[in-house]
Write a protein that binds this ligand. Structure first.
Ligand code: HEC
Length: 194
């Protein structure tokens, strides 16, 4: 008797397994289907409400994300560099954290040419032409915005560092250049370099 019952159970399981698997593309019976199908439109699903019929919309032209760096609308020439100097302000304070970050960026990207103290004597010189010292009159009087333009777009033989250095780090490295300048002015460059 027990054997027959067991056999009947096996048969039932087999038949139901076959019944549910005859169509491999069918998702089968959905228990509480609302949980599987969301009410909102999917990002890439057609949408009858929007103008272009797509759910995923591009941001309105000219939109700037909150907290994102402002767009940089300057051409790569001297007049534009000077305009950047007049219009842009360094958004970061001259704080210990900012200087620490600026220093790290400087030793990585600028010191090879400009030298550890900004004297224009980096280890790559003389394979690469000397950059000017940061204590030259031109660089002492150059506005932060023009330096930002220089780092972003390069100038004559100095290459652009826009790809390697994020905008916030460009502003921070300028704080470090100011630090180098004020240190150098208090002491002769030879002393500062040691
Ligand atoms: C590959 C070498 C090299 C590297 C690396 C480099 N510079 Fe320069 N930089 C130069 C040279 C050469 C000049 C002089 C360009 C010229 O002839 O006007 C210069 C000029 C400048 C000027 C003055 C621009 C002007 O209009 O007079 C600034 C500011 C400056 N660099 C900042 C930086 C900063 C900040 C970094 C690091 C992010 C950096 N540079 C990295 C080579 C370099």
């Amino acid at each position: 008797m027990r054997g027959i019952r067991f056999f009947a159970l096996l048969l039932l399981l087999g038949v139901s397994a076959w019944a549910y698997h005859h169509n491999p593309d069918s998702p089968g019976y959905e228990f509480l289907p609302d949980m599987a199908r969301s009410v909102p439109y999917d990002a890439f699903a057609p949408n009858p409400v929007t103008r272009d019929g797509l759910t995923y919309q591009l941001p309105v032209a000219g939109t700037i994300a909150r907290g994102a760096a402002l767009p940089f609308h300057y051409a790569a020439n001297t007049q534009e560099a000077e305009r950047a100097g007049r219009e842009l302000r360094n958004p970061y304070p001259h704080s210990r954290e900012v200087l620490a970050r600026g220093h790290a960026v400087f030793v990585t990207f600028c010191a090879p040419c400009h030298g550890p103290m900004g004297a224009g004597d980096g280890p790559i010189i003389p394979k690469f032409p000397n950059p000017p010292s940061y204590t030259s009159t031109r660089l002492l009087t150059m506005a932060d915005g023009q330096m930002f333009h220089t780092i972003t777009l390069g100038t004559s033989i100095m290459p652009s560092y826009a790809v390697q250095i994020a905008p916030e780090d460009r502003w921070k490295v300028i704080h470090w250049i100011r630090e180098l300048q004020s240190n150098a002015l208090q002491r002769p460059m030879e002393v500062a370099r040691k």
